[in-house]
Design a protein around this ligand. Structure first.
Ligand code: HEC
Ligand code: HEC
Ligand code: HEC
Ligand code: HEC
Length: 139
């Protein structure tokens, strides 16, 4: 009898540990992300590969340059918090209030930083040539 109770407790504990690990891995920082959303009025361009880890580790770009969660106009997202997809808040079809349309949100985020860097003579991050970010579209 006692043993049975113990078994059940071990099982429950194992369940919790499984959950905890699941939550932890969900916030693992991916090496690379392929940005390919659906829901655009027209999907004209191919997917974009982002060297995700390289941006923070090598290029020293803070997570908060790209990830945010606004509260009273302030970005309250911090490293370790769950990461939502940009498309959860930025609608691919239209601007909602001051929340940019998905395509514009990405372009503003990626291109303005790159443009600033290039103008300042710091490297050659792409912001003009579409093909430096967008892959060829699969037919
Ligand atoms: C710095 C990188 C970057 C550059 C340069 C860039 N884009 Fe994008 N663009 C993105 C990202 C990231 C997305 C989001 C992709 C997605 O959601 O599938 C995107 C989305 C789009 C979309 C909407 C989604 C789709 O596939 O149709 C269009 C249209 C688009 N870009 C056109 C352009 C054009 C035209 C140029 C060149 C003048 C360009 N982009 C240059 C990063 C870039
Ligand atoms: C240059 C911009 C940029 C930087 C810097 C950046 N990220 Fe990201 N991250 C992204 C984009 C874009 C995605 C994909 C979002 C999407 O698909 O909607 C992403 C995805 C993620 C995901 C995966 C979410 C999922 O759906 O699986 C995690 C976790 C994450 N980032 C954490 C971090 C952490 C932690 C840092 C800082 C150490 C960081 N990111 C730095 C742009 C960035
Ligand atoms: C939890 C919801 C949410 C998520 C997830 C989110 N955004 Fe936003 N984003 C907002 C809101 C709300 C604003 C408007 C903030 C304001 O102007 O007060 C905004 C503003 C922006 C702006 C304009 C800010 C500026 O500096 O002018 C850009 C660019 C942007 N988001 C890009 C992204 C990208 C890229 C991702 C994914 C990596 C993303 N957002 C994920 C809610 C979100
Ligand atoms: C706050 C600054 C910042 C933001 C935001 C940013 N980048 Fe970059 N990016 C850089 C820097 C720095 C480099 C390296 C430039 C160099 O050394 O020539 C770079 C380089 C690149 C390169 C070429 C080299 C490589 O490693 O692949 C691509 C492609 C790229 N970024 C895509 C993106 C995309 C897509 C986004 C938006 C989701 C983005 N970046 C957002 C700073 C940024």
């Amino acid at each position: 009898m006692k043993q049975k109770v113990l078994m059940v407790m071990v099982a429950i504990l194992a369940g919790f540990m499984f959950l905890a690990v699941g939550v932890l891995t969900a916030t693992d920082v991916p090496e690379q992300v392929t940005i390919e959303n659906t829901g655009y009025k027209k999907d004209k361009k191919g997917p974009v590969k982002l060297a995700h880890k390289k941006h923070s580790a090598e290029y020293k770009v803070a997570c908060t340059e790209c990830h945010h969660e606004y509260k009273d106009g302030k970005n309250v997202w911090k490293e370790g918090d769950p990461v939502k997809k940009c498309s959860e808040c930025h609608n691919p079809k239209k601007k909602e209030g001051k929340v940019l349309k998905l395509q514009n949100a990405y372009h503003k985020n990626c291109k303005s930083c790159h443009k600033k860097l290039v103008k300042a003579g710091k490297g050659k991050a792409p912001f003009k040539k579409c093909s430096q970010c967008h892959q060829k579209k699969k037919k």
